[in-house]
Design a protein around this ligand. Sequence first.
Ligand code: ACO
Length: 209
Amino acid sequence: QHPGWPARLGPLRVPAGEVTLRPVRLRDAAAWSRIRLQDRAHLEPWEPTGRGAWEARNHASNWPSLWSSLKAEARRGAMIPLVIEVDGAFSGQLTVGNIVRGALRSGWIGYWVAKDLSGQGVATAALALGLDHCFGPIGLHRVEATVRPENLASQAVLRNVGFREEGLLRRYLDVDGAWRDHLLVGLTVEEVMGTVVDRLVREGRAILP
Ligand code: ACO
């Protein structure tokens, strides 16, 4: 096993409820697919272009192969694929990817949250728990994220947890059917005073139950 995997993180209380993170499971198929099909308009503008129709890609029958490739990446220490739960219910995903060790000790972080929970602190709490895990048990020095300039909600979430803007990556990623510019944000462990969760608690954004 690699440091930081498997992991159960939280709980952290926010207006939506109690946020916890845990590894993806084979039996997540139905909950994953139901939200992904229902929230297509909320998710598609920000996600990598996939092959085939959204309905087919996000059908429950597609989850086992996705789950098994996420688990394979986790087993080789390159990824931490987590489900975001709110009060015990599947509510989104948070993934740390491209984990590189050695002298770089870096990875990217990405997330999505069900639309019916929007604006209630879930992504902010999940990201704080994920970052503390990156800088603690996983042992990373730097975490980065990329976000479309149009994605103001996600930029607010990244700012909430202390990410710093590093630049604009032109035509960086094939998202929603075209090469899209992305803002690059980064955070290194030296910039975190205490933990990211402590920061949210201090700012009154979350409560440790
Ligand atoms: N303009 C500006 N700010 C906004 C807007 C808007 N239109 N809408 C929401 N916000 C702000 C809120 O005020 C809040 O900021 P605050 O806490 O400073 O007030 C913040 O955005 C939302 O914070 P949370 O409630 O913690 O986030 P939420 O649980 O609603 O999840 C997320 C946000 C992840 C962006 C969700 O809407 C989502 O899944 N969207 C679709 C997929 C996506 O965009 N994923 C992120 C891709 S980029 C990446 O992964 C690095």
